[in-house]
Design a protein around this ligand. Structure first.
Ligand code: NAP
Length: 247
């Protein structure tokens, strides 16, 4: 119960990786604010958190909208009393080769993946600064490091999330706040269910461990980075990719 008494916010926690993270943090003792656009599915995550004996708060918010995010942070403070952990997990893809990529697809991905991370970070830092402690984890991607044909918008957003992570880590280290990123490889979720069998088979040949990752593989890395065991780690990018890239 290394997170007993702590309050965590997990964005995009209605399903997939975000749900696994919310459940893992609750198992370690944290109360969890489950933030997502999809309230019905977020309630299922909240139930899983409650079944661990932790408090769960479902908040509908679009991370791309500052007003939603500011109201979300206010509600967490009002109803759960503090904010110790933020996991910026909400993310989307709108794939296409660059010349065919529409400006709206570029904007949508940057707005959620990058601006959403900026908004949520900005919303929690005042409370963390006041208490002089906090742990932020941003979910990046292997694609932000190696690039991927057909994902210019997504790769740019995730590379930018890594730059943002390192900068906020430097700005807030003196306040006792750590900021790290987890860069998953290809993980079995709704996001990767869209891949064709052919693309999936080609991918597997590039993964030394020979399988897609699971949401629990990613949650385990987040769980470590927000734990007291990682107190001296900040500005780090932890790769969870089955050996797909080794950096
Ligand atoms: P997912 O199954 O699609 O889940 C993402 C969740 O985020 C959904 O519940 C979605 O709600 C929510 N969301 C989307 N836009 C949002 C917004 N503007 N505000 C609030 N919530 C929003 O995705 P996942 O595979 O678990 O991915 C989670 C994170 O890991 C993402 O940042 C993704 O880029 C990253 N990642 C995933 C993989 C992978 O292979 N799956 C690899 C590397 C990195 P709706 O369903 O209502 O849109």
């Amino acid at each position: 119960m290394m997170l007993q008494g702590k309050v965590a916010i997990v964005t995009g926690a209605a399903q997939g990786i975000g749900r696994a993270i919310a459940e893992a943090l609750a198992r370690d003792g944290a109360d969890v604010a489950v933030v997502d656009l999809d309230v019905a599915r977020a309630q299922e995550t909240a139930q899983a958190v409650s079944s661990q004996g932790r408090r769960a708060l479902v908040i509908k918010a679009n991370v791309a909208e500052w007003a939603d995010v500011a109201a979300m942070a206010d509600r967490v403070l009002a109803e759960l009393g503090r904010i110790d952990i933020l996991v910026n997990n909400a993310g989307i893809t709108r794939d296409g080769l660059l010349l065919r990529m529409k400006e709206e697809d570029w904007n949508a991905v940057l707005d959620v993946n990058l601006k959403g991370t900026f908004h949520c970070t900005k919303a929690v830092l005042p409370a963390m600064t006041k208490q002089r402690s906090g742990a932020l984890v941003n979910i990046a991607s292997v694609v932000g490091v190696m690039g991927n044909a057909g994902q210019a918008n997504y790769a740019a957003s995730k590379a930018a999330v890594i730059g943002l992570t390192k900068t906020v880590a430097r700005e807030y280290a003196s306040r006792g706040i750590t900021v790290n990123a987890v860069a998953p490889g290809f993980i079995g979720t709704a996001m990767t269910d869209k891949l064709s069998g052919e693309v999936r088979a080609a991918l597997l040949t590039q993964i030394p461990l020979g399988r897609l990752g699971t949401p629990d593989d990613v949650a385990a890395a987040v769980r470590f980075l927000v734990s007291p065991a990682a107190a001296y780690i900040t500005g780090h990018v932890l790769h969870v990719n089955g050996g797909m890239i080794m950096v």
